[in-house]
Design a binder for this molecule. Sequence first.
Ligand SMILES: Cc1cc2nc3c(=O)[nH]c(=O)nc-3n(C[C@H](O)[C@H](O)[C@H](O)COP(=O)(O)OP(=O)(O)OC[C@H]3O[C@@H](n4cnc5c(N)ncnc54)[C@H](O)[C@@H]3O)c2cc1C
Length: 132
Amino acid sequence: MISLTALADERCGGDDWAFADRGAFKARKDAVAWQSILRAEAVLPGLRDHVEVYEAAAPQTLRAFTGNPRGTIYGFAATPDQSLLAGLAQETPIPNLLLAGAWTFPGCGQATVLRSGNMAAHKILAAGTAPR
Ligand SMILES: Cc1cc2nc3c(=O)[nH]c(=O)nc-3n(C[C@H](O)[C@H](O)[C@H](O)COP(=O)(O)OP(=O)(O)OC[C@H]3O[C@@H](n4cnc5c(N)ncnc54)[C@H](O)[C@@H]3O)c2cc1C
């Protein structure tokens, strides 16, 4: 299996990809998919002849599956002013509401979000009772 990824500017997400009908959206995704496959032939000659199945996803697809605004895959942009300790803490001002996931400290990525979930769980256990 080969995964070809092109990180898109946020202007490619949201309304810029909100086509009037699903056919136009699928045609755009297919065009981008084949453009990617043909570009990859620069390092994998003849790749197009070996494609049995392909699946394409656009920012709009990711927005639909994750609920993330504009289909962002990593949560907040990883800029110094909103990364690591500047990120959202697990605790909130609302009693029994804790946060975990890519939008919180310590940040995005599969292993990292496990850590924020783990920290939230420890805070619940340290409080002695599960939130209601
Ligand atoms: C295409 C892609 C490739 C990636 N590649 C990598 C990689 O190679 N390595 C890596 O470390 N990270 C990668 N990431 C990032 C990583 O997947 C995320 O940082 C991580 O999954 C975020 O975890 P999360 O729990 O915060 O959110 P998610 O994993 O998005 O989970 C949130 C869940 O909540 C559900 N949800 C949303 N809204 C609602 C609602 N209103 N009600 C009920 N459920 C709801 C969603 O359907 C989803 O199942 C990738 C992400 C994408 C999109």
